[in-house]
Design a protein around this ligand. Structure first.
Ligand code: GTP
Ligand code: SPV
Ligand code: MN
Length: 592
């Protein structure tokens, strides 16, 4: 498939290490992928679903110990420990290579090595980058074929260049004690062993497009961010683009594909999806910030997805989709998850492969759920009814606003605008959110997750903050405006106050209006909050007093927040940019 010497040399090393029985190059052809699908069905690795209702769709179950990203087993291996920084696990590269090679050695015996050449971003786009992943999992091959652009064409674009990311995945025994997800940013290399779950093994996604790419962006002057990208079209037909960073399972896919409320649709508003998880952003010739989505599909959270909450995501999963860890409805050989509809399937198999007892279902007890809370769909982006025309162009879309957000039951208001870029970087660097099922560990604990990149920044986060500040200096007055949103304020009973989902469009419209100098705001110690009248509540059963309550900036709550930010900042020591320290001081003064 290629004569690239750097590729062939690395593959020879991998073959010698892993000793596969057979080697197969993934050429990207439908015929080859179909052969693999059939093989996976024969071995039981995947279950073919109802061809009439869900054409080309399959179900896969991972091991119960392997259902989410494992942050405590994820490492950034740089020569100097300081370069990984205080928020990453670090190991000396030499030591880690040795440990991982010892774990992976010989484990492809009796198995096939699949070689996947893939492009992050449209093939040949000046903003795209290339990777090669070797894996012993058909599930990985088939997911990568949805999530990225794979095949021979990628190698043709690569030519004899050495600018590509090496990725080794070995399932081994899926042993959690020997599971490692390791990035070697100085060598453009990723090694993942003993897992077979999404974000741990689809190496183009979090490992490359965020951890390695963030490091590359730092060195090369661009940004790789955990952000959705959406375009909102107004009645005049103009489309403005925003990028939003929310932590895992905090609403990126939903916002990226939202359907505006009826009254806005009647006026001619429309939302176009460019990306739902990752944005690569560069300064364009006109000095503005341009973003592409490096992915080619959606690896979305299934639970909660339904025709009402996210019609476009559900529609994207109706063909050629792989479902992971959802329930199998035996009545019609389709899939089900909590929140899909109210009809609990009476004849179903749960995500662990056991008969599911609908009568025992208890909303408060996740162990009774039919689908795992982090069950996912892998759906081709082309399936999305609102996919943007720009998606495949690869030139990038100009970003008007950057939005940060997270799950905060109290504290953060529904929306506020930062005072300027530096203040916006402060807002991003101090973001906090309640943890979710997307990563192994406790759920619902508030933790600081700067720019939603805590698990994904491939270098010292202090340097990362500085990189953000430097980008702002380069962008000058062409920099996007920076906002913060919180859809997750709760009342005393723990219910979400704001309706969210499509109604978030009302907030996005205020954000766009602010970017264009059309909307008013009130200055508070944390930034500019909308006047309640400026969030359009047309046709919404939501009173303005409640809106005021979730727009309120409570000085006592924020003083406590400022103390916590001070603690959070201590971790970064000398690496914390002075400008951010000054931002904290002025917040404290403003709150006095
Ligand atoms: P990752 O793929 O893990 O990065 O997640 P994500 O950020 O794309 O999150 P996603 O859109 O899949 O949403 C995760 C969960 O949040 C789902 O259960 C949604 O139903 C819920 N959610 C999304 N948007 C809203 C909202 O506006 N309000 C409320 N209350 N819940 C929301
Ligand atoms: C996330 O956890 O942010 C995801 C899913 O998008 S995974 O690919 O597993 O990282
Ligand atoms: Mn994500």
């Amino acid at each position: 498939m290629t004569e690239n010497k750097t590729v062939l040399k690395w593959l020879d090393e991998m073959k010698a290490l892993l000793t596969p029985d057979e080697v197969i190059w993934i050429d990207g052809s439908e015929a080859q992928l179909d052969t693999l699908r059939r093989e996976a069905v024969e071995t039981g690795e995947m279950i073919k679903l109802n061809e009439e209702k869900l054409p080309g769709c399959y179900l896969h179950r991972t091991k119960p110990n392997d259902v989410a990203r494992v942050e405590d087993r994820t490492f950034i291996c740089t020569t100097k420990e300081e370069d990984a920084g205080p928020t990453n696990h670090w190991c000396d590269p030499k030591e880690m290579y040795e440990r991982l090679y010892n774990i992976a050695r010989g484990t492809y015996k009796g198995r096939t090595m699949y070689i996947i050449p893939y492009s992050m971003g449209p093939i040949g786009s000046p903003l795209a980058k290339i990777g090669i992943e070797v894996t012993d999992s058909i599930y990985v091959v088939l997911n990568m074929a949805i999530m990225t652009r794979v095949g021979k064409k990628v190698l043709d674009v690569l030519g004899d260049s050495d600018d590509w990311v090496r990725g080794l995945h070995a399932k081994c025994d899926v042993d959690p004690e020997n599971r490692y997800i390791c990035q070697f940013p100085e060598d453009n290399t990723i090694i993942s062993v003993n897992s077979a779950y999404g974000g741990n093994v689809l190496l183009g996604k979090k490992c490359f497009a965020l951890r390695i790419a963030s490091y590359q962006g730092w060195k090369e002057g661009w940004m790789a961010e955990h952000m959705l990208i959406l375009g909102i079209q107004n009645p005049k037909g103009e489309i403005k683009y925003v990028a939003a960073a929310f932590p895992s399972a905090c609403g990126k896919t939903n916002l990226a594909m939202m359907i505006p409320p009826q009254y806005l649709r009647d006026k001619g508003y429309k939302v176009w999806t460019v990306g739902d998880d990752i944005a690569w952003m560069r300064i364009g010739k006109d000095g503005r910030l341009y973003a592409i989505n490096p992915e080619n599909g959606f690896f979305g959270v299934a639970p909660g997805t339904n025709a009402h909450s996210n019609y476009n995501a559900l529609a994207s999963t109706r063909k050629n989709t792989i479902f992971t860890n959802v329930a199998l409805n035996l009545d019609d050989n389709t899939v089900w998850w909590e929140g899909l509809n109210k009809d609990l399937p009476q004849n179903a198999i749960d995500w662990k492969g056991n008969k599911w007892d609908a009568s025992k279902f208890d909303k408060a007890d996740k162990s009774t759920y039919a689908a795992h809370p982090n069950s996912r769909f892998t759906a081709p982006a082309v399936n999305c009814p609102c996919i943007s025309d720009e998606f495949n162009k690869g030139e990038g879309v100009p970003i008007s606003a950057i939005i940060f957000g997270g799950r905060r039951a109290k504290c953060a208001p529904l929306v506020y605008q930062s005072k300027d870029w530096v203040n916006g970087v402060f807002v991003g660097s101090t973001m906090a959110s309640e943890t979710t099922a997307a990563a192994a560990g406790a759920v619902g604990v508030v933790r600081r997750d700067p720019m939603a990149m805590l698990p994904f920044c491939g270098y010292n986060m202090g340097d990362y903050f500085q990189h953000w500040l430097d980008m702002g200096k380069k962008l000058g007055d062409k920099a996007p405006k920076i906002f913060n949103v919180n859809w997750f304020r709760t009342d005393d009973e723990g219910n979400f106050i704001w309706p969210g989902f499509g109604d978030n469009c009302r907030v996005i419209n205020w954000i766009i209006d602010r970017c264009e100098g059309k909307a008013d705001a009130v200055e508070t110690p944390i930034g500019f909050v909308p006047k309640a009248e400026d969030i359009d509540l047309t046709d919404l059963d939501f009173d303005i007093e409640t809106l005021k309550s979730i727009l309120k900036v409570d000085k006592d709550v924020w003083s406590k927040e400022a103390d916590e930010i001070e603690e959070h900042y201590k971790k970064f020591g000398d690496k914390l940019p002075t400008e951010l320290r000054e931002q904290l001081n002025s917040l404290k003064n403003a709150l006095k």
